[in-house]
Design a protein around this ligand. Structure first.
Ligand SMILES: C[S@@+](CC[C@H](N)C(=O)[O-])C[C@H]1O[C@@H](n2cnc3c(N)ncnc32)[C@H](O)[C@@H]1O
Length: 292
């Protein structure tokens, strides 16, 4: 995937500077208004621009679909490419079948023309399994859990799967812990850089939600296919799998079963996720949260 093609396509998708203007295609605002989720119309237009210029022998991979808003937009007008979703249905106290049913309904409405492949499970274990994806990832959109460790690992875990040149889109990137994680990662991995920062001016900014950063990756001999997992990624992955991941799973399960824990969760985890937990331990509609 040529990063410069992506940047040019983004410019075409907006009437002016993307930071301060709206997408030319009103369909993205329509998707944001009608499909339950978190991404804003501007973010959706950027995801779609990436999908449009992706070569057909590479794929688009999204971690964190929730009910499918971002995927419904990514596939708009794109019928000849492969799209993967990795989702563990863990956050927001979602019940797997219920959430999956809504995702599938939305995909039937907006993505029936597209080749969308859903892989259920935790990205940090799944993406270590050989053969789970059938071609190099040209576009990677990470919108999974937002701890500093997860964000660092989100880049490390995908690197072996990436095409030799790839675009990586990171949601909620205006949060300092998110941009801090990718800046720390990039400082150790010079094959990566930040190409564009579309930051949110406020939490839940109407144009950019909580911010979107576009990163690029260009493979070199230090990252040649088959290279050993770098130590900075390995120790974080093992830490995540042994403690943070299971801890988060237990916490979300407890919140769903014992809604009286919600005030405590909001104190401990003051992100958009905690603020969106309602009294049943499920997620409110974004229109009710003032977030899109
Ligand atoms: C903010 S939501 C995604 C929003 C969605 N992209 C949209 O456009 O509305 C984050 C999703 O990531 C999923 N998730 C979080 N951590 C994950 C992980 N480690 N592996 C797979 N999915 C994960 C959660 O279950 C949740 O559905």
């Amino acid at each position: 995937m040529r990063v410069e093609d992506f940047l040019a396509e983004v410019d075409l998708a907006f009437g002016g500077d993307p930071q301060t203007s709206e997408p030319r295609d009103p369909a993205f605002a329509e998707i944001a208004a009608t499909v339950n989720g978190y991404t804003s119309a501007n973010e959706l237009a950027v995801l779609n621009a990436a999908a449009r210029v992706l070569p057909a022998d590479e794929c688009y991979l999204e971690v964190g679909s929730y009910k499918g808003r971002s995927m419904c937009a990514a596939v708009r007008g794109v019928s000849d490419k492969a799209f993967y979703i990795v989702e563990n249905y863990l956050e927001f106290g979602m019940q797997g079948q219920e959430a999956r049913a809504e995702l599938e309904r939305n995909l039937r409405t907006h993505a029936a023309h597209a080749d969308v492949r859903l892989i259920e499970g935790n990205c940090f274990s799944l993406l270590r399994r050989p053969g789970v994806i059938d071609r190099p990832v040209g576009v990677y959109f990470y919108d999974g859990e937002h701890t500093g460790l997860s964000h660092y690992l989100a880049l490390g875990i995908i690197e072996p799967w990436l095409a030799d040149e790839a675009v990586v889109l990171v949601d909620d990137a205006t949060y300092p812990m998110v941009s801090g994680a990718h800046e720390e990662f990039i400082a150790r991995h010079p094959q990566w850089r930040v190409e564009r920062r579309w930051d949110a001016e406020t939490n839940g900014d109407p144009r950019w939600a909580n911010g979107l950063h576009a990163l690029s990756f260009r493979r070199d001999e230090d990252t040649a296919r088959g290279s050993a997992e770098p130590w900075d990624v390995r120790w974080r992955r093992l830490t995540y799998l042994s403690s943070l991941g299971p801890g988060q799973k237990a916490a979300w399960t407890a919140i769903h079963r014992f809604p009286e824990l919600i005030p405590l969760a909001k104190k401990l985890y003051p992100s958009k996720r905690a603020s969106s937990i309602d009294s049943r331990g499920t997620q409110e509609r974004p229109s009710e949260q003032g977030e899109s």
